[in-house]
Design a protein around this ligand. Structure first.
Ligand code: ZN
Length: 493
């Protein structure tokens, strides 16, 4: 009886299975982009990214579209104003599927909102405020996309002399102002006259990896650090005096020369820092009321084994809920990035490097936490691995290849070496070395470069990206580029 029930159950399951697959046959045609059959686009074209059964005949609005070996297709479709009816027709010996998409072309979002007026405070009237959020950007204009002048540590004291919308104008010197978002500060009081700090002591020191310049201040003031030909300049604002401006400093570690100008009417102390090598990363921050400028020393490398003992941070872009781009057959960028990152880790370790991974599995690590992981571990270089995509209006057959991104000048040669080595080794097109402000390119320590290995939505490059051999080749090329960079950049001992 028991056996009979078991057999009956099996037959029933089988019948359900047959029924299910007769009613709902598996679809050959899949469209991964646009994400929905009813989409609004504000560009002159969009593209259809997807896959069908290899060998199928595919038409989009009666135009024949190339289906690649693995079934991928990518087609740019021009859009007219208003509603666009787009019919995707896939046919092979056994199946004929037709999808209809309605794409509405809408005008570009109109950003002509009425600009708020700039409110100037009365002459010599300031609001005295403190920064409450770590790493608050100070911007050139009262706009969240405006250039970042510098970043402010929590507890930095600011003098505000105007307001526009959500932003306050920060007084740095008689000739310099910048803007901070109101939500990042807390206002204390309105005062008449300036509150200026004193620098009482400046000292140089070093340890194994870094040289330091410490400045004791009566309270934390805004500062700005910039790269120069020979090293760094630091402007310390809102000062009334710097007691160390006549001190003669001895070289210390990577610092070959250090001088401070006297605080003049501009209430600014400028530090001129010259180094005995190129820049290998720097940062500046407050420890209480002490401003610390921390400069990475040049690494010591072995000529025949340059990566031996060098610490490299590898960031596999995206992860978890954050997929990144999606390719024609549905593979997610986050998985490709992780696969290349792991191969890179293995290759670097084989070459003697120590590797810090921001993630080793499919988890979503907050973007801002990633550079911090590399900094905490004193990594010399941080590489973020990505695969590229485009927005509506672009053409993935015209724009593709390998590109690298940097932000600080100290990282440009690393970005170039990576681009050169990757394009040569992979045979991909040179898609450029770009200066771009990103969470993974902005860090001044470690040296940071973001790599876009190739494009997810170019069918040929996508086929390469999902191929383990190509991923290994990319990992090897990145490791090779790091070796070349170290050999070319480190002064011979
Ligand atoms: Zn990405």
């Amino acid at each position: 009886m028991k056996n009979f029930l078991k057999i009956a159950a099996k037959i029933f399951t089988f019948a359900l299975f047959v029924l299910f697959f007769t009613v709902e046959p598996t679809r050959a045609l899949q469209i991964v982009y646009p994400k929905s059959p009813n989409t609004e686009v504000s560009a002159a074209s969009t593209f259809f990214v997807g896959n069908t059964k290899p060998g199928s005949k595919l038409k989009i609005n009666d135009k024949e579209v190339k289906v690649y070996e693995n079934g991928s297709f990518v087609e740019v479709v021009p859009l007219k104003d208003g509603f666009n009816r787009i019919i995707i027709d896939s046919q092979n010996d056994t199946e004929h599927e037709v999808f209809t998409y309605i794409i509405k072309k809408v005008p570009k979002a109109n950003l002509m909102v009425k600009e708020p007026e700039t409110e100037d405070f009365a002459p010599n009237q300031y609001i005295y405020a403190a920064v409450v959020k770590e790493n608050t950007p100070l911007r050139a204009q009262p706009d969240e996309f405006a250039q970042r002048i510098t970043h402010l540590d929590k507890n930095t004291m600011l003098m505000l002399n105007g307001k526009k919308g959500d932003y306050y104008r920060v007084y740095l010197s008689p000739s310099k102002t910048a803007w901070v978002k109101a939500e990042n500060i807390v206002n204390y009081s309105t005062i008449t006259g300036k509150m200026l700090a004193s620098a009482t002591n400046v000292s140089l020191s070093e340890d194994k990896l870094y040289s330091y310049i410490r400045t004791d201040l009566s309270f934390p003031v805004p500062f700005r650090i910039t790269e120069t030909e020979k090293g760094l300049n630091v402007e310390v604002y809102n000062l009334k005096e710097n007691a160390a401006d006549t001190t003669v400093f001895k070289p210390c570690g990577i610092i070959s020369s250090f001088a401070i100008n006297s605080v003049a009417q501009d209430m600014t102390s400028t530090y001129y820092i010259e180094l005995n090598s190129k820049l290998w990363g720097y940062s500046a921050y407050y420890e209480g009321n002490t401003l610390v400028i921390k400069i990475r020393k040049e690494p010591q490398i072995e000529a025949n084994n340059p990566l031996n003992g060098i610490k490299i941070a590898v960031d596999a872009g995206h992860g978890g809920e954050d997929y990144g781009a999606i390719g024609p057959t549905g593979v997610k960028e986050k998985d490709i990035n992780l696969s290349i990152a792991k191969k890179l880790q293995a290759e670097l370790e084989t070459l003697g490097a120590e590797v810090v991974m921001t993630r080793t599995d499919d988890t979503d690590i907050a973007l801002k936490a990633r550079p911090y992981i590399a900094q905490k571990e004193d990594a010399l270089i941080l590489l973020s691995i990505h695969a590229n995509a485009l927005s509506d209006g672009a053409n993935p057959y015209e724009k593709h290849g390998t590109s690298t991104y940097y932000y600080n000048a100290q990282a440009v040669n690393l970005a170039k070496t990576l681009r050169d080595t990757l394009t040569k080794s992979l045979g991909t097109r040179d898609d450029g070395v770009c200066r771009y402000s990103l969470v993974l390119t902005r860090p001044t320590m470690p040296l940071s470069v973001l790599i876009e290995v190739a494009y997810m939505i170019n069918p040929q490059e996508y086929a390469m990206l999902i191929d383990e051999n190509f991923q290994q080749k990319a990992a090897n090329a990145i490791a090779k580029a790091l070796e070349t960079y170290l050999l070319n950049s480190v002064n011979p001992a």
